[in-house]
Design a binder for this molecule. Structure first.
Ligand code: C5P
Length: 224
């Protein structure tokens, strides 16, 4: 049998986009495929962790062995994450919408001759920051993602401090890269001790290497 270094550990993974309703038939979304987050859930499970995957709508098959919590909005994602606590490990790979429509309509907006409706946006909860800054149930290891266009490492390093997470997986999503929706990813792992630049790899390989790094972290003599 394959070694299970994360046996006995509980992990929470967020994946995919969120859908933020405008009215009963329309929503705001983004191009996240969920591939990286789903691959991470699968990789943590393979190393023996008990995994809850909180996911926005994707076209992907459920990764085997994981408890799947499907959600649509950022607020639902936060509630599902809180319900999954306590966990030892949280990996936030979801592309959460930063904003939702304030005062979503409970009726379909109509073309009534009065011109296009104005949409007022309001801020969504930041799930990564909420988990990182939880006073009562903070996971021992919180990992965030940072999709940046330019100054990737610099911005991601600042994001790690601002959000209060332990590690950041930073990737370049500049035009010309195919990270969003594609099968490959070029990432930098940013930790307290320094930065690792990983070669371009398939998202499954990135997931496997990240899961290995997590297992190593928990199996260090000093780790909790
Ligand atoms: O601030 P930004 O969206 O660039 O941060 C990206 C990281 O924060 C990702 O790990 C993402 O999953 C997480 N995030 C979140 N909730 C939000 C926004 C981002 O968990 N509302």
């Amino acid at each position: 049998d394959a070694p299970k270094p994360l046996k006995g550990k509980r992990a929470l993974v967020t994946s995919g986009p969120t859908f933020e309703p405008i009215d009963p038939v329309r929503y705001i979304a983004n191009r996240s495929s969920g591939r990286q987050g789903h691959a991470i859930a699968a990789a943590l499970h393979r190393l023996g962790a008990e995994v809850t995957l909180v996911t926005g709508p994707t076209r992907l098959a459920d990764p085997p062995g994981c408890a799947i919590r499907p959600i649509e909005t950022a607020r639902e994602m936060l509630a599902a994450c809180e319900a999954a606590l306590p966990v030892d490990i949280a990996v936030c790979a979801a592309a959460v919408a930063d904003w939702r429509v304030a005062g979503e309509s409970d009726r379909k907006l109509k073309k009534d001759g009065g011109g296009p409706p104005g949409l007022t946006l309001t801020e969504n909860p930041d799930i990564l920051a909420a988990l990182s800054q939880s006073t009562s149930q903070r996971p021992a290891l919180v990992v965030g993602f940072a999709a940046e266009t330019g100054n990737v490492v610099e911005y991601a390093t600042a994001k790690r401090i601002r959000k209060g997470c332990d590690w950041i997986v930073a990737n370049d999503v500049s035009p010309g890269t195919t990270t969003f929706g594609g099968s490959e990813n070029t990432v930098h792992l940013i930790r307290d001790g320094g930065i690792e630049d990983w070669p371009t790899m398939g998202k499954e390989a990135v997931a496997a290497r990240l899961a290995e790094a997590i297992a190593q972290h928990f199996n260090q003599p000093s780790a909790t």
